[in-house]
Ligand binder design. Structure first.
Ligand SMILES: CC(C)(COP(=O)(O)OP(=O)(O)OC[C@H]1O[C@@H](n2cnc3c(N)ncnc32)[C@H](O)[C@@H]1OP(=O)(O)O)[C@@H](O)C(=O)NCCC(=O)NCCS
Length: 180
């Protein structure tokens, strides 16, 4: 079986933010940043695996700081975890004011990418060589995340949202039940 290092998956992408990327309040549109994140996740996973990949899921994306027109956005990506055909790519987005040199952390997220062969079938990816404790920490965080997601999905399947207790608990939220 083939093994590759995290370093083999590393990609950096920098782009100057143009007025055409902004929303009505003059900040850069979140959707544009998400599109750049998807591109770099695709590049990192495809470079690592040697197969073209598809996005299977995107972990929570919190926008920590707004990005202004004229700032230089840098995305860094690497594979943090591999399964058989799936890879979790960690992405960090920073934005730099090119006049002051001040750098802001704008978001971090995790994209699950799946390798596909030329017939469109999922393909086995190389095993991951963890070369330092930071890479071990990231791998473990992914294991924990996968396990929590399974637990959440199971809870959603068995949870009785129509029960009297579940409907009563909604009274503390900003809603009005109007079920006909
Ligand atoms: C993601 C996709 C390839 C999974 O296909 P599938 O037939 O369910 O394949 P499998 O059940 O064998 O899963 C393949 C791998 O994907 C992982 N996977 C599937 N769905 C997933 C999800 N929602 N989140 C995280 N991982 C997922 C599985 O855990 C498995 O990982 P492993 O091989 O490392 O163990 C398929 O659903 C797909 O092609 N989706 C559309 C992707 C796409 O077009 N993205 C762009 C959207 S515009």
């Amino acid at each position: 079986m083939e093994f590759k290092t995290v370093k083999d998956s590393k990609i950096t992408l920098s782009e100057l933010m143009l007025p055409s990327h902004s929303n009505f309040s003059g900040k850069i549109h979140g959707g544009y940043i998400l599109s750049l994140m998807d591109q770099i996740a695709f590049a990192s996973a495809s470079k690592y695996s040697g197969f073209y990949c598809v996005t299977a899921s995107v972990d929570t994306v919190d926008f920590l700081n707004p990005i202004e027109i004229g700032e230089l956005v840098t995305l860094k990506a690497s594979v943090n975890y591999v399964g058989r055909s799936s890879m979790i790519v960690g992405i960090r987005v920073d934005s730099e004011n090119i006049q002051t040199g001040k750098v802001k952390h704008c978001n971090s997220s995790y994209f699950t990418m799946v390798a596909k062969d030329n017939e469109g079938k999922t393909a086995a990816v190389p095993g991951l060589i963890l070369s330092n404790y930071e890479e071990v920490r990231r791998f473990y965080n992914c294991i924990k995340h996968i396990s929590l997601k399974k637990h959440k999905n199971h809870h959603e399947e068995i949870f009785d949202y129509k029960s009297e207790a579940a409907l009563k608990a909604l009274e503390s939220y900003n809603i009005q039940l109007d079920i006909k």
